[in-house]
Design a binder for this molecule. Structure first.
Ligand code: ADP
Ligand code: MG
Length: 321
């Protein structure tokens, strides 16, 4: 298969009628999309590299799903309604079965959120996938990391630590523990993000562990910090059945790949947040507060507050020689 056959066979979906706002889709030098006058465009891009973000032998269905999910999660954190994506695919060989499975995972998620693949690039090399996603918010309506105020409450969606724990658990056992398969199939919190536009003061998606991501949010909000009560951090039943709380805590704080939303809001919005949780069917837990003291602070099981210096998941760059 050459590049054009790959695109034609796996990514250009003929049976699919493209919406009117895609004026020119796959096949030209660029895509032409109608713009919305009253909205702001939010764009995010993410690269997944084989051997770092997934194993080369991972199920291609999951690789396809996850490569889209991580970009959609960024749009969710901004409160955007995703519309289109570009897919840059670097593959070692044109393996039809692999491509077909990859595309099925990718389009399964794309179709669920009504996201259009409008272009991309396909080249030969070590397996890596970049997805660039675009979505809309009402003008000035994007949720950023920078809006938190001292005294705002900190909330998190879903449960934390499942993805990092999933990495430790053998695949057969993981298959029976749905929350742990999130390492392969994170759920982008798209609807929640959109509903938070009028409620949250700041938001971030938790991709590198709560400690690191919440610290980013607090720092971006005028150099502030966050105090989190470790007793309030939500864990899944599956996780609790496998590990004691103190070990789960480390996974939640410094593990990666949960793709839940962490957001802040004025305390007066707490009731609205409880209601929203019921509306979208996702647990939302208050875990702490924004404070003027920079850094990430943890209230422990004994009620004492200590600075947490564990940091988050970081890539190891090769040392200089
Ligand atoms: P160019 O040479 O102008 O960069 P290409 O030959 O790389 O264009 O791509 C041909 C068309 O196919 C373009 O419209 C491009 O956006 C699209 N395309 C290439 N790879 C992919 C892919 N993996 N998924 C979706 N569309 C793709
Ligand atoms: Mg061109």
């Amino acid at each position: 298969l050459n590049e054009f056959e790959i695109i034609d066979q796996f990514f250009l979906r003929k049976s699919y009628s493209k919406p009117g706002w895609v004026k020119v889709g796959i096949g030209d030098d660029g895509a032409v999309l109608a713009a919305h006058e009253d909205n702001d465009l939010v764009v995010a891009t993410d690269t997944l590299v084989s051997g770092i973000h997934f194993w080369e032998e991972s199920s291609p269905v999951n690789i396809g799903y996850k490569s889209l999910a991580v970009s959609l999660s960024d749009l969710a954190a901004m409160g955007a309604d995703p519309d289109w994506v570009l897919l840059n695919l670097v593959i070692r060989e044109a393996d039809s079965q692999w491509l077909e499975n990859f595309a099925s995972g990718f389009f399964e998620l794309a179709d669920r959120f009504d996201v259009q693949l409008v272009g991309g690039d396909t080249t030969c090399g070590p397996l890596s996938i970049t997805v660039t996603a675009g979505g809309w918010v009402p003008k000035e309506g994007a949720i950023t990391r920078a809006g938190a105020k001292s005294g705002d409450l900190v909330f998190v969606s879903g449960t934390l630590g499942d993805a990092a724990l999933g990495l430790e658990v053998e695949p057969e056992r993981m298959a029976n523990l749905p929350s742990l398969s999130r390492i392969h199939r994170p759920e982008p919190r798209i609807r929640l993000g959109q509903e938070l536009r009028t409620i949250a003061s700041a938001a971030i998606d938790v991709s590198d562990g709560l400690a690191s991501d919440l610290t980013h949010l607090a720092r971006a909000s005028g150099g502030m910090g966050a105090v989190v009560d470790e007793r309030l951090i939500p864990f899944s039943d599956n996780a609790c059945s496998l590990k004691p709380r103190d070990e789960l805590l480390l996974l939640a704080l410094s593990g990666g790949d949960d793709y839940e939303l962490c957001f802040t809001a004025n305390p007066s919005r707490e009731k609205a947040i409880v209601r929203l949780s019921g509306q979208v069917g996702i647990p939302i837990t208050r875990i702490g507060m924004i404070s003027e003291t920079p850094g990430f602070w943890l209230i422990g099981s004994g009620g004492k507050c200590k600075q947490y210096l564990g940091g988050g998941y970081q890539h190891q760059w090769a040392p200089d020689v």
